[in-house]
Design a protein around this ligand. Structure first.
Ligand SMILES: [Zn+2]
Length: 92
């Protein structure tokens, strides 16, 4: 039987709520999505740097890059969410 990662109680395979601590099972966010989303962070920081310096052309150059990575992360999230490889996680 699978174990709850929070309290180590054994959980029936078809259960969605832990009988030990009440954690709920939900779709895990795939690591690929987190990775692609994280790739946009440096560009967001660079865009803010341009913004503070008043360089709006720099901001305009960075925006499509940020949108591309966030958009890709969103697409991957919806594509991978339903698959088994995405897996399930327990949330408390
Ligand atoms: Zn538990």
């Amino acid at each position: 039987m699978p174990q709850c990662p929070h309290c180590m109680t054994e959980i029936p395979p078809d259960a969605t709520i832990c009988t030990g601590c009440g954690a709920r099972q939900g779709a895990a966010i795939p690591k690929t999505v987190i990775f692609v989303g994280a790739l946009s962070l440096p560009f967001i920081l660079i865009a803010f740097n341009f913004l503070f310096r008043g360089d709006f052309i720099g901001v305009l150059v960075m925006l499509p890059l940020i949108a591309m990575f966030l958009g890709l992360a969103a697409v991957l999230f919806f594509v991978l969410r339903g698959k088994k490889s995405g897996g399930q996680a327990w949330y408390r």
